[in-house]
Design a protein around this ligand. Structure first.
Ligand SMILES: [Zn+2]
Length: 106
């Protein structure tokens, strides 16, 4: 499993500890809490907005995914409020940076 090659294809995987079930971020083969092996699973892509900003006509938000991983992404539909539920609709790597696009769920 290679996190970045999957992300490039638009698949957002997360690593989760087999022992203590912690979601480990940045993604890793090993748990940073109990040093057990992690396994990989596809992320639900669902999260909550914890912060947002607007640049020109585009909103960007920090979202907490699955109550643990914080990512920065662009909001492609809707106007964000803190606490809104979002879903990641696209992700990848551009110019050596991870990017995420998200929509706001009703
Ligand atoms: Zn662990």
């Amino acid at each position: 499993m290679n996190f970045e090659s999957e992300l490039k294809k638009g698949n957002f995987f997360i690593s989760e500890c087999n022992q203590c079930n912690k979601i480990v971020w940045p993604p890793s083969e090993f748990c940073n809490q109990c040093l057990s092996n992690n396994s990989w699973r596809k992320c639900s892509g669902k999260g909550i907005i914890v912060e947002f900003s607007k640049k020109e006509d585009t909103y960007f938000a920090v979202a907490e995914i699955e109550n643990s991983v914080k990512i920065l992404g662009q909001i492609v539909s809707g106007r964000p409020k803190i606490g809104d539920q979002i879903k990641i609709t696209d992700c990848g790597i551009a110019d050596d940076h991870y990017f995420f696009k998200m929509i706001i769920l009703d």
